[in-house]
Design a protein around this ligand. Structure first.
Ligand SMILES: Cc1cc2nc3c(=O)[nH]c(=O)nc-3n(C[C@H](O)[C@H](O)[C@H](O)COP(=O)(O)OP(=O)(O)OC[C@H]3O[C@@H](n4cnc5c(N)ncnc54)[C@H](O)[C@@H]3O)c2cc1C
Length: 1004
């Protein structure tokens, strides 16, 4: 809270400011122009705003008249139904009717270009320099921001650096002819006597395409290697360099880049970084950075902004299960800004301050605090975005003199992303500019001390009654386990530490677990690190037929008591197991890195999913466990309830070694079916962790039995056994179909038909529509195809690209793939690791060879030399549905690209295999998306995102046709497959009298 005296000064200054600009409006809100009308409509009509901004986002990809016409109709309806703001211009052109479409296209295109131009200083250097010269004549300095598409490849990063260097050279030539902006003395040749005339901002993620907090050091060094080159040029021409701040994910990387760069240019004062007041961590970051600069006696500069990604940060944190990193009340951000601005101003001897805001209260607070602290004028300046808040910038020019406009420069196409951000910012309900200029301003409120506003809002929120929702049984509702947050240093440190701990323990022999007892056998199979097969991690005892028979016997014996255990009690074991797994999350994840070659994030996600299954199925069983009354007829009670089927064989794969195992096992157990669990021998150690987890959870003997063994030895015996009531299998189609066939046969002594739950393979496709956002599509396709080396049944193995964008997409995809690094997954710098084993390797390499015959090799990555089951990342073009590469599951990092002539063909090809597991589409056409929802027949369809990583409860997972029997793991129907329903009907009327039940339909 500001002290009352200072606050009064701030408010008085703010009022003066408002009256000085009274009657003026930023051009953005000028309803006389198309843009002002669009803003006005958007603020009145949320649906129009969404459609309009989405259309603007898609606009750059609408490169022919047909696309444009279709999209205008799809987004806004037929011309007669269109909001007048869109059609009036064309109508005024007087040519609607048969020619209307073409005219409408022209008018709308011209208007959107005009709108983008509002925020972009120029599309080329000549235009940008001309505009900046004009701005200087009006007294405004500039900072240039080079717009670019998202950087997806090393080549694109180089283009970005090249453009920055080019702009700097051009500005250097021009600056020689520029007069200094007037200030109070100081150094001639500098604006205001102290500020370089050439000033550039750079975006760290434009400098390295694989920037990722998981690989913190690699990201810092890669960005640094490029920003260093820009910095050298800036220093050479005596300019100013600021490193922009993007999303929270990259914040600590950016700060580290800045610190290292600053140490290389210790004595150069004109280097700065952006901090965002809306982040809760920023108070600490400002304090740390100031202390760091002081300790080194080095001059830095901080541009303080509020932050441009508030919605993104909030949504992403919610999706990932993380704490929201930004303040949730707008005034909290404003208050944080004033706190942090004060800290910077108090340290003005080491830190130059760039106050970047359009908010009159914020600006007034900075001016008053600077006065109070006697901060010399040369130690702070004001900054606003080009194209916004013209009255505010004029006002600042008048009172402070030192104002700089942030001037994006470059192509219109990437400019559209920037335009959409600005449109959103200015139409947001709490935007200061909207509240001040687009509505009747409530000046007292706008100038109020934000601490006071925040307190009031907190009070109002607290007074709102909460509506707590509980899961059945009064439990807290299910929530997915949070994903690993590698922005946290403790998470980054935990992986190498856990891996080192595992390595430090001598390799162990893992016994079987039958009827509550460990059982050792002499037949051992070593389990190894696929990136280094000579590294034996442990030895797995192999079950033979006698051991499996014993396990089935134990399960059979345990069945009656377990069946009759209350569902709620059975659920408690799962909840306990979830707590144990959560406690051991890094150890369990580290095993996945070593035993099957998962990258850190993939390994952690697998453990998280295992916990989700335990938590979710526990709640589901409580829900399903309560008998339901059917019908409401008095004198009759119909009770519908479920009972388990009997001993369950669970046969699990190696690719999600904990998650799928825990899912199938826990579903069987919680529904009352004792389990005989056969993990893959490739992940026997991870499988054994279920013994430890369920053991610690205290499951009764015989309910969970662990019998790893060779499929060829025990597989058929387990499947054929007459006492096995159900089989839950996940794996290849061949094995799955074999199980289905064998299990259909009734063996002597068998008294039931076996239930099969079989999840098999996929040949999953992603369609790239002709209006797709390639900045999004390329990285998501790469992740879907090559994450965990493509060894997921959900992985993308075909990408079907519409002819119009085929060349552009493929070129960017291949360049982006070239940045992928292959090597041991324990090193987070590697994007791809080794494949599962020698058999997998041989099969994948055979498909690579086949791909080269059937299609055209577009890219084959290098692989590490020496031991390890390495296969190259492979991209094959020219594939059509007739090719084997388009039909057979490969289960490795091989991606086939198919060129479709139109959307109909793309859908037809997508459905042209016998599988139906996952699929995806990148499109911004509402019509095409509707078609895909209806006609792209897969179990899990993903729109405009990657196609792997289904989340329990949110995205129940599983396919149909040859992908499986459609049981949808992690969904509301899954447990039903493990039980039989029963109905008990009782005539409750005796001698004409029946007890009444509350919901009897007696008198209606
Ligand atoms: C020169 C310059 C450079 C910039 N560089 C960057 C940069 O590198 N990185 C970056 O992220 N942004 C950058 N920006 C954009 C900047 O973040 C936004 O323009 C700014 O947040 C708008 O703030 P304001 O004070 O002008 O407006 P105000 O209307 O007072 O504030 C709007 C801001 O409040 C915050 N907010 C909105 N709703 C809530 C809520 N419910 N709870 C909490 N906070 C909320 C958001 O940050 C929002 O942008 C830059 C801006 C300028 C002028």
């Amino acid at each position: 809270m500001q002290n009352p005296e200072l606050d009064a000064k701030i408010v008085a200054r703010g009022k003066d400011f408002f009256s000085a600009i009274s009657g003026e409006k930023p051009s953005l809100f000028n309803k006389g122009a198309w843009m002002g009308k669009v803003m006005d409509w958007s603020m009145q009509n949320e649906q129009f705003k969404i459609q309009m901004f989405r259309f603007v986002d898609a606009f750059p990809s609408l490169t022919n008249p047909r696309l444009l016409t279709d999209h205008i109709r799809e987004y806004f309806g037929e011309e007669k139904d269109m909001p007048p703001v869109l059609s009036t211009g064309a109508r005024l052109a007087g040519m609607l009717g048969p020619l209307g479409g073409a005219v409408l296209n022209k008018v709308i295109s011209a208007n959107i270009h005009e709108m983008a131009r509002q925020f972009i200083v120029g599309e080329n250097t000549v235009e940008a320099v001309r505009k900046m010269e004009k701005l200087r004549k009006d007294g405004f300095a500039a900072v240039v921001d080079v717009l670019g598409e998202a950087t997806l490849s090393e080549e694109e990063a180089e283009v970005y650096v090249g453009t920055c260097l080019e702009v700097l050279d051009a500005l250097n030539v021009e600056q020689k002819g520029w007069n200094d902006l007037a200030g109070q003395g100081g150094v001639p040749g500098l604006d205001w006597g102290h500020a370089p005339k050439v000033n550039i901002s750079v975006k760290p993620t434009a400098l390295y395409c694989l920037a990722n907090p998981q690989d913190f050091e690699g990201s810092v060094e890669a960005i640094l290697s490029r920003v260093r080159r820009i910095c050298a040029k800036v220093v050479e021409i005596g300019g100013f360099l600021c490193i922009d701040m993007e999303t929270h994910r990259f914040k600590d990387i950016t700060l580290e880049v800045f610190r290292r760069l600053k140490m290389e240019y210790r004595d150069y004062p004109h280097l700065g970084v952006v901090l965002q007041a809306y982040l809760k961590e920023t108070d600490k970051d400002v304090a740390d950075l100031l202390a760091w600069a002081k300790a080194r006696d080095s001059q830095i500069s901080i541009r303080l902004v509020k932050g441009a990604y508030w919605d993104y940060e909030t949504i992403r944190a919610k999706q990932m299960g993380w704490q929201i990193p930004v303040w949730s009340i707008k005034a909290e951000t404003d208050a944080a800004y004033e706190r942090q601005a004060r800290m910077i101003l108090e340290n003005h001897e080491v830190c130059h301050f760039g106050c970047a805001s359009h908010n009159i209260r914020t600006i007034s607070a900075v001016l008053e605090m600077a006065d109070e602290l006697h901060v010399p004028k040369k130690r702070y300046e004001f900054q606003v975005l080009y194209g916004m808040a013209e009255p505010v910038r004029k006002g600042i020019l008048k009172v402070a003199g030192r104002i700089r406009l942030y001037c994006p420069y470059g192509d219109m196409v990437p400019g559209m992303g920037y335009l959409v951000r600005r449109l959103l910012e200015n139409t947001a309900n709490e935007s200061f500019l909207r509240l001040s200029f687009a509505e009747e301003p409530r000046i007292e409120r706008l100038l109020e001390d934000p601490e006071k506003s925040a307190e009031r809002e907190r009070g109002e929120r607290a007074a709102k009654p909460e509506n707590p929702v509980a899961a059945p049984g009064g439990m807290p509702c299910f929530e997915n386990e949070p994903m690993a947050d590698f922005t946290r240093a403790d998470y980054r440190a935990a992986f190498p530490a856990a891996i080192a701990r595992l390595r430090a323990t001598p390799d162990k022999t893992y016994p079987l677990f039958i009827d509550g007892q460990e059982v050792a056998t002499t037949d051992l199979i070593p389990t190894v690190n696929p990136a280094k097969p000579s590294e034996v991690l442990g030895r797995i005892c192999q079950a033979g037929i006698p051991e499996v028979a014993k396990a089935i016997e134990a399960a059979k014996a345990a069945f009656p008591a377990w069946r009759d255990t209350e569902p709620g009690e059975r659920a408690q074991y799962l909840l306990k197991a979830a707590r144990i797994a959560r406690r051991r999350v890094f150890e369990l994840s580290a095993w996945q890195v070593l035993e099957i070659g998962k990258q850190w994030d993939q390994a952690y996600a697998d453990v998280g999913e295992a916990i989700d299954f335990l938590e979710y199925y526990a709640r589901e069983m409580i829900r399903l466990g309560a008998p339901q009354r059917l019908g409401k007829v008095p004198g009759e009670s119909n009770r519908y309830f479920y009972e388990p089927k009997g001993p369950a064989a669970v046969i699990a794969p190696w690719n999600f070694p904990l998650a799928i195992s825990a899912g199938m096992v826990s579903a069987a157990i919680v529904t009352g079916n004792p389990v005989i669990y056969k993990p893959s021998n490739l992940t026997g150690i991870i499988g054994h962790h279920l013994v430890e987890i369920f053991g610690e959870a205290g499951l009764p003997a015989g309910v969970f039995n662990y019998v790893p063994g060779r499929g060829s030895v025990i597989g058929d015996f387990l499947v054929d056994h007459p006492d096995i009531a159900l089989i839950a299998f996940t794996g290849s189609m061949d094995v799955g179909l074999r199980i289905v066939e064998r299990a259909a046969k009734v063996h002597p002594g068998q008294r039931h038909v076996k239930k099969i739950i079989s999840e098999m393979g996929g040949k999953n496709a992603i369609i790239i529509d002709d209006d797709a956002d390639l900045d999004e599509a390329v990285p998501h396709v790469l992740y879907s195809a090559f994450g965990f080396q493509g060894q997921k049944c959900s992985a993308c193995s075909r990408v079907i690209v519409l002819d119009a964008v085929y060349d552009r997409f493929t070129e960017r995809l291949v360049k982006a793939a070239k940045a992928y690094r292959i090597g041991p997954s324990e090193d987070p710098a590697n994007t791809m690791g080794a494949v599962a084993d020698a058999v997998a390797r041989k099969s994948i390499l055979a498909y690579c060879a086949l791909g080269k015959q059937e299609g055209k090799l577009l890219y084959e990555s290098p692989v590490p030399q020496g031991e390890g089951y390495w296969v190259p990342l492979t991209i094959i073009g020219g594939i059509t549905p007739q090719h084997r590469l388009a039909q057979e599951e490969i289960f490795g990092p091989v991606l086939a690209i198919m060129r479709a002539k139109d959307f109909d063909q793309a859908i037809e090809w997508a459905n042209s295999t016998s599988f139906a597991l996952t699929g995806g589409i990148f499109s911004r056409s509402p019509d095409h998306l509707a078609r895909a929802r209806r006609d792209f027949r897969v179990g899990n369809l993903y729109i405009n995102r990657n196609i792997t990583g289904a989340q329990v409860e949110r995205q129940p997972f599983g396919g149909s046709r040859m992908s499986g029997v459609g049981t949808k793991a992690g969904g509301p129907d899954y447990l039903l497959h493990f039980m039989d329903p029963r109905v008990v009907t009782e005539n409750t009327m005796r001698k004409g009298f029946a007890p009444m039940e509350a919901d009897d339909d007696m008198l209606k």
